[in-house]
Design a protein around this ligand. Sequence first.
Ligand code: CP
Length: 323
Amino acid sequence: MTPTVAHFGKDLIGLEPLTGDQIRAILDTAEPFKEISERRIKKVPVLRGKTIVNLFFEPSTRTRISFEFAEKRLSADTVNIQTAGSSVVKGETLVDTARNLEAMRIDMVVMRHSASGAARFLAERIPSNVINAGDGSHEHPTQGLLDLLTIRDNLGKIEGAKVCIVGDILHSRVARSNIYGLIKLGAEVAVCGPPTLQPVGIEELGVHIFNRVEEAIEWADALNVLRLQLERMQSGYVPSLREYNRLWGISTARLEHAPKELLILHPGPMNRGVEIDSDVADGEHSVILDQVTNGVAVRMAVLYLLAGGAPEKAESAKGGAES
Ligand code: CP
């Protein structure tokens, strides 16, 4: 098969190394795959005979299940491994786990890990395709892609869109993947949150910084509201959850001052009443569940492309619409 612009290499570790054209090709490939999930029989033979291991060393609801649906809808054989049920709890290293999986002749590994760099570490040591499902505070590329697809679906285009990422930027792999992807596709990107939760030098990535959430709301077309990652905080980043909600929480009262209607995204899981109020999360401008739906199509596209599929053949590969 002749490599095209969409072929981004053996692995998907992050959006930082990809070009705008490669990211666009993934989003364009996801478009025809959306329809498979709307069928009565949600299955096409695109990855028949491929074996994929979902290796999750951290909790996940959306990403793990979304990958599993994507794999099954493309007819791959899948195995799920979570830390608690694996020999990792007996002290086995990541590389030994992976080598043992390789010995069983697998094709791809989807991995979530608490350590930044774990996905690259694995990708450099095994011949299977590795997809990063979130590594520490580094990147979460398929989340970034599904956010891009959802923004494109709702605003019509990404180029020129003003997107503000609000909240705990410091610990967020979602923020990094969003920033790389949005900027490569021509969006204007801002971040907003407590100074204690902004990484030093974040402006070097090409983002604006808002110190007050009211300014961000006045400026943006879309807000991507991040979860306050309490499990990664040692201490002292925010005075209290109540204080955080008062200063940075996205509420209907705050949004009423927006000069235009804002698209509201959140990668989940949400802390309702902390970074986002329930009436906003469930409100008419929220696309949070659309993000989840798009996640399956984006992951199908990534799996298909890594398996050597061509974007222009995605429509015919899935066999057209079911009659
Ligand atoms: N957005 C996201 O990564 O959610 P999970 O942690 O549930 O996978």
